[in-house]
Design a binder for this molecule. Structure first.
Ligand code: TA6
Length: 317
């Protein structure tokens, strides 16, 4: 899918070799590489980069609706529209340290207004930070001229690339050894998340009940689809095998969704390989539980900062 000038993506390059690419289709970041050229985001080998679906991987933008929390199509329409590039974007704040950035804009078409009758301007800024960090800033403004407010939910549906998420020991839930095995497995687990333990969450696999996460860091042994509520601004994904830690910092986005389809559900997703679930993990800074309401003229800002650091540098602070 290409924009009016024939452009289909913008590539940002940092002097030390970090790169990021953002597609006009979906306003979607589909690559972020470190100075060694390692891809840090997951994109499925079966991803389709054109209408009508969304691209399976990278950072889809869920707007104006997250998931099925409303009567729009799942995750809203922003992720399968063609965005425009702002050739003359507003300047960066002084001392931002950012050397390379791009602004994409989405405004509703007449067709979009039929399904969601609100005028808005969505400005997405994608930037590479001073240390190769990936910065995403979304500014959504209500440009309605009819005096009406609107409400929306939102997520950066971020797919991280990880070494192997599958649990290291076979699970025997009825065995007396179950507890010992799971506790040991947590130490052996290649991939875990820190920052969501003790948080309240809704489990999309279980209905409307509210649960509280127990124990230490999150590790993975089966399908997961949870919306953690009111989470701290910092979350870390620790990948032992790659000796890499992703640090997510978020602002304006209280919730965090964690998703991995695991073995059985993967087979039902057409644009996703059967084994690919092992190498991806979605951790999605979001505003889901409490929709955001904007009056005409008001603007909302939601920021995500991602860094990928060698695990030895990550102290948990
Ligand atoms: O964010 C998790 C989730 O809402 C899951 O329920 C899962 O279906 C996933 O998003 C992917 O949705 P998609 O519409 O991209 O297939």
């Amino acid at each position: 899918a290409k924009g009016p000038s024939g452009l289909d993506k913008i590539v940002l390059r940092d002097p030390r070799g970090f790169t990021a690419e953002v597609r006009l289709y979906g306003g979607q970041v589909t690559s972020w590489k470190n100075e060694q050229g390692d891809e840090l985001l997951f994109v499925s080998s079966k991803a389709i980069f054109k209408s009508p679906g969304a691209i399976r991987g990278g950072i889809p933008i869920c707007f104006p609706q997250f998931g099925t929390h409303g009567n729009l199509e799942k995750h809203g329409f922003a992720r399968n529209r063609l965005w425009l590039v702002d050739d003359n974007p507003p300047p960066l704040p002084v001392n931002s340290g950012i050397k390379t950035y791009a602004d994409l804009i989405l405004k509703p078409s007449e067709e979009d207004l039929k399904i969601w009758p609100h005028r808005f301007e969505f400005r997405l800024r994608v930037a590479l930070g001073p240390k190769g960090d990936l910065f995403l800033t979304s500014r959504i403004r209500n440009t309605n001229t009819d005096g009406k407010p609107f409400s929306f939910t939102f997520a950066y549906h971020t797919y991280f690339s990880v070494s192997d998420i599958s649990f290291p020991v076979p699970m025997h839930h009825n065995s007396k050894l179950y507890y010992v095995l799971t506790e040991t497995a947590k130490f052996l687990s290649e991939v875990r998340i820190e920052g969501l333990e003790t948080m309240d969450y809704f489990d999309n696999l279980k209905g409307k009940e509210r649960f509280t996460e127990q124990g230490d860091a999150l590790v993975f042994e089966s399908e997961i689809d949870k919306v953690y509520l009111d989470t701290p601004p910092k979350i870390a994904i620790i990948d032992h095998e790659k000796k890499r830690t992703f640090v997510l910092r978020k602002d304006g986005l209280p919730d965090a969704v964690v998703w991995n389809p695991w073995e059985r559900r993967s087979k039902t997703i057409l644009d996703f390989g059967d084994e690919e679930y092992k190498h991806m993990l979605c951790v999605e800074p979001a505003a889901v539980e409490k929709p955001i309401t904007l009056k005409p003229g008001e603007e909302w800002k939601g920021r995500l900062e991602l860094s990928a650091v060698p695990s030895s540098y990550y102290s948990g602070q």
